[in-house]
Design a protein around this ligand. Structure first.
Ligand code: MN
Length: 292
C-alpha cells in the first residue's frame, strides 16, 4: 500500500514482546513519503536490564534506514524508553531526523504535532489541581517532568511512569487514558495545530476532542497498530488483518496466489472476506503491562 505518511510507536525493540515479524511484513508491504517513529521504538531500559537485541531488531533498523535512503523521509521522535537518543539530537544518524517533537503538514493543509506523550507523565496526578490554577502551571510541570526524568536517568534509575503505577487499578487506568487524551489535546491547542499524533499509552485511537484531532498510534507489543495518511489527507487507523495474529505466518485465506495484507483499515476490518475471527481488541487491563 502507498501512503503519504505512516506513524508507528512503542515497538520496544530489545524487549521480548516486540512483534518484529509482523512489523517487518507491514514495512515491506508499505511505501510512504514520510515515516514517523513516534517514540519507544528501541527499549533502552529493557536493554540495560538484559540484552535482547536479535536479528529481527537489526532488520527493522536496516529496513528503516533503507527506506530513508530512498523515497521516505524518516523522522524519529524519541520517547521515554529511547530517551537516551536525546544526546544524539543534531547528529546525523544515517540521515534520520531525530527530534523530541515534530510538526506534520498534512496533504489537506492540516498541521499535526507529533510527540510521544511521556512528557505528560507526572502531570495527570495534578489534574484536579490544574483545574483550579489554570494552564500555566501545567506547562511548568511538563518542563519539570522532563528534567526530573533526565536526572533519574543520569543517576541510573528507571523511568518513573504514572501509568505504570496505575496499571493494576482498572478504574484509575480508564481515568488515566482520559486525562492523557485531554493533556495531549491541551498541548496541541497551545501549539496552535489541528491535531496531535502520539503513542506511549499503547492504545490506538482516532477521535476529535473539542475540535482537536487526537490520534494515537497504539503499539507493536500487543495490538500491532499504525496510523496512515492517504493522498487526500485522511488519516486511518490500521490494525492487523484478522487472519494475522501475533506470531502467525501469513495465511492465504483467499486461495492460491492471493496475498493477505498484514494491515487493514480499522473501519474495514469487519468487512474483510474470508475472515476467520474478529480482530482481537487490546484489553485495558493489558495496556500497562510493559510500563510503556
Ligand atoms: Mn512510552
Amino acid at each position: 500500500m502507498k501512503y503519504n505518511a505512516i506513524w508507528i510507536s512503542d515497538v520496544h525493540l530489545g524487549s521480548r514482546h516486540a512483534q518484529t515479524d509482523l512489523l517487518l511484513d507491514f514495512l515491506h508491504e508499505s511505501q510512504c513519503r514520510h515515516l514517523y517513529l513516534v517514540g519507544d521504538i528501541i527499549d533502552g531500559w529493557e536493554l540495560r536490564r538484559r540484552w535482547l537485541w536479535d536479528t529481527n531488531s537489526n532488520t527493522v533498523i536496516q529496513k528503516i534506514l533503507r527506506m530513508n535512503r530512498k523515497e521516505t523521509r524518516v523522522t524519529y521522535v524519541y520517547g521515554n524508553h529511547d530517551e537516551f537518543l536525546e544526546e544524539f539530537v543534531g547528529l546525523n544518524l544515517g540521515g534520520v531526523r531525530l527530534v523530541e517533537r515534530a510538526i506534520h503538514e498534512g496533504v489537506d493543509g492540516r498541521r499535526f504535532l507529533v510527540m510521544h506523550g511521556h512528557q505528560l507523565d507526572g502531570l495527570v496526578y495534578f489534574n484536579r489541581l490544574l483545574e483550579r490554577v489554570g494552564s500555566r502551571i501545567y506547562d511548568w510541570i511538563l518542563e519539570f517532568n522532563l528534567h526530573f526524568n533526565r536526572v533519574r536517568r543520569r543517576l541510573g534509575f528507571g523511568y518513573w511512569s504514572v501509568a505504570a503505577h496505575l496499571k493494576f487499578q482498572a478504574k484509575s487506568a480508564v481515568k488515566y487514558v482520559t486525562q492523557f487524551e485531554e493533556g495531549m489535546v491541551h498541548i496541541a491547542r497551545q501549539a496552535q495545530v489541528d491535531g496531535v499524533i502520539c503513542g506511549h499509552i499503547h492504545r490506538a485511537e482516532i477521535r476529535n476532542v473539542d475540535g482537536i484531532e487526537y490520534l494515537n498510534c497504539g503499539d507493536w507489543v500487543e495490538s500491532c497498530t499504525a496510523l496512515a495518511e492517504d493522498f487526500e489527507g485522511n488519516i486511518h487507523l490500521l490494525k492487523l488483518h484478522p487472519s494475522r495474529t501475533r506470531g502467525s505466518k501469513p495465511a492465504n485465506a483467499s486461495g492460491p496466489g492471493a496475498v493477505v495484507p498484514t494491515m487493514v483499515r480499522a473501519e474495514q476490518s469487519r468487512s474483510c472476506p474470508n475472515v476467520p475471527a474478529p480482530v482481537p481488541q487490546p484489553e485495558l487491563a493489558g495496556l500497562f503491562n510493559s510500563g510503556h
